[in-house]
Write a protein that binds this ligand. Structure first.
Ligand code: FAD
Length: 360
């Protein structure tokens, strides 16, 4: 069949793009994990362990015509992809979507799905035994984690610490103010504007203490470091003209290309087109990629097609604090518990991703 597309990484970007292009091109998805990881549900999984299995979804039914190759890519060039076995996947177009790493127990280390299962279970057990919980970082993961623990385990004394002066400063104040009120109402202590020193691990939940900048030491039975993602950009860093930006991401041009190679694209967390590292960004990049790759396959020239425009400050964000409560910023307004529950809080999009992987 016609043109060959190699997609490196089967996360939110790669899995959905592979499925979308499966009817149109000869698709090869290169992904070392046995299962798609729905990271978004791994926060609640810490208090509700049954969610882990629902959110780890095998790749075997994803593609009807194309193939998922269980391998790690070690090189990308204008003609295709080199795998860790030394084998080659030749392609006309290559999309690199190798995503990002995150602290345990929220994403696997490499391809280690069993390791993620074990890490989530271990965190759950430590949490059950803990009286005091410190959450270091107050981005979406930190705030949701505090909300989930407060809702499911109201006996825990939870403290969230961030160096930012307010929550979600890039969004209208109403979002952060409302979330702060709800967290405080469920007994969560919020410490804003304080840099944490002496964190024993940036990647693993652990017992210990931290020092607040210019202030006292705080000890916790369990500390979750949730300080943000780091892109997996090794494949792209050394391509001609590649530019590394914050969190190891690679800057892309108006056509989501990370280098001077004309047929190599990058998207999702590894790419920096001006979007944040979110599924919300992926949801904007996907339709552009589908349209552009389809255009190229049918003989159109890239220069004649529209460039990609990233989200601006209007990018939506949906922040459940457990299944019933939360707040969302939905482009024009800040929504409360009911909308947040309906959009995400109730099922965390688990059915959506099971459907994507053709499990229901
Ligand atoms: C706990 C948590 C909750 C989140 N919740 C939300 C949310 O609710 N909403 C939201 O918008 N965002 C959320 N995010 C952010 C979201 O998870 C990321 O934006 C998203 O994972 C990016 O998708 P991706 O496809 O770029 O990368 P990933 O999902 O990281 O997938 C990358 C894939 O590439 C594979 N890979 C890596 N290197 C190689 C290689 N060399 N060869 C082959 N394959 C490779 C990996 O195995 C992986 O499967 C959350 C993040 C975390 C950590």
């Amino acid at each position: 069949m016609g043109k060959r597309i190699a997609i490196v990484g089967g996360g939110y970007l790669g899995a959905e793009l592979a499925k979308a292009m499966d009817d149109i091109a000869d698709v090869t998805l290169i992904e070392p994990r046995s299962h798609f990881v729905h990271a978004s549900a791994m926060i609640r999984a810490v208090v509700q362990p049954g969610l882990v299995e629902d959110s780890l979804i095998p790749y075997d039914r994803l593609l009807k015509r194309g193939r998922v190759v269980a391998a790690r890519a070690t090189g990308v060039d204008g003609e295709g992809v080199t795998l860790d076995s030394g084998a080659r996947v030749d392609a006309d177009y290559i999309v690199v979507a190798t995503g990002s790493n995150y602290a345990a127990p929220f994403k696997p280390k490499g391809a280690d799905i069993d390791g993620l299962r074990a890490a989530s279970q271990a965190a759950h057990e430590k949490l059950q035994a803990a009286k005091t919980v410190g959450i270091i970082g107050a981005g979406a993961v930190g705030v949701e984690l505090a909300g989930e623990i407060a809702e499911a385990m109201p006996d825990k004394k939870i403290t969230v610490i961030t160096m930012d002066d307010k929550l979600f400063a890039a969004k209208p104040d109403s979002l952060g103010v409302s979330l702060s009120k709800k967290l405080k109402a469920s007994g969560v202590e919020l410490i804003l504007g304080k840099k944490v020193e002496g964190l024993a691990s940036m990647t693993e939940p652990h017992a210990g203490s931290v020092t607040l900048e210019g202030g006292p030491e705080r000890a916790f039975d369990l500390i979750f470091p949730v300080l943000g993602a780091r892109a997996c950009s090794d494949l792209l860093k050394n391509l001609p003209g590649a530019e590394v930006t914050a969190a190891e991401r690679i800057k892309t041009d108006g056509h989501l290309r990370p280098s001077s190679l004309p047929n190599v694209f990058a998207a999702g967390d590894v790419a920096d087109p001006g979007d944040n590292m979110t599924i919300v960004a992926v949801s904007r990049q996907l339709p552009w990629l589908k349209k552009t790759l389809t255009g190229l396959i049918t003989g159109r020239k890239l220069a004649d097609m529209k460039t990609y425009r990233p989200w601006g400050t209007e990018a939506p964000i949906v922040l459940p604090l457990g299944p019933e409560r939360g707040n969302s910023f939905l482009m024009l307004f800040t929504a409360g518990d009911w909308i947040t529950k309906k959009v995400k809080g109730a099922d965390l999009f688990v059915p959506k991703y099971q459907k994507l992987l053709n499990r229901r």
